[in-house]
Design a protein around this ligand. Structure first.
Ligand code: HEM
Length: 145
């Protein structure tokens, strides 16, 4: 079970990164180009929200089924915070990814309330860019590649 979830989380991460990059650059390019907001823009922004939320669910199952999790009880918080790998997987990665999911969710729901194309793209550009930077900052690149 753990290995299957870990592989799913690892492969789904490629889709997450691809869709969030596409949705972010789509919003920035169309904002700068003063383009009208259309069905395609709505769909790519919604798809980014969906893949992120699914990765959150997969991540939560992985978090509690991962052998890393037992470090809390076996080694204690001090050891976890002092160990780079444990701190990344148990603290930094989950909290930063959840924060990125919060920014995508706020950005998506805020853009829907905007009436003009310019304001929709501006909202998506700001919130999705922050989320993308958070994603890039705490993905375990070494383990992933
Ligand atoms: C939403 C964006 C997320 C992305 C793009 C992402 C991406 C990744 C990647 C690429 C890895 C390394 C996989 C490998 O070793 O091949 C990983 C590992 C991990 N992720 Fe995430 N993750 C996300 C969210 C989360 C969340 C929300 C949690 C927990 C609440 C989480 C928990 C973990 C854990 C525990 C590992 C290490 C698992 C292990 O090797 O035992 N992730 N993640």
């Amino acid at each position: 079970m753990y290995t299957a979830i870990q592989h799913l989380h690892s492969y789904w991460a490629y889709l997450v990164l691809l869709i969030v990059v596409l949705a972010t650059f789509n919003a920035i390019v169309k904002l700068v180009g003063k383009k009208p907001f259309g069905a395609h823009d709505f769909r790519i922004s919604l798809f980014a929200l969906i893949v992120m939320h699914l990765q959150l669910l997969i991540g939560l199952v992985l978090y509690f089924s991962s052998p890393y999790f037992s470090a809390f009880s076996e080694q204690g918080m001090g050891e976890v915070m002092g160990n780079d790998t444990l701190r990344l997987y148990l603290i930094e990665h989950p909290t930063t990814m959840i924060l990125a999911i919060v920014f995508i969710t706020i950005g998506y729901s805020k853009h829907k309330k905007k009436l003009s194309s310019n304001k929709k793209f501006k909202t998506l550009s700001i919130f999705y860019s922050i989320a993308l930077l958070l994603l890039l900052s705490r993905i375990p690149w070494q383990a992933w590649f």
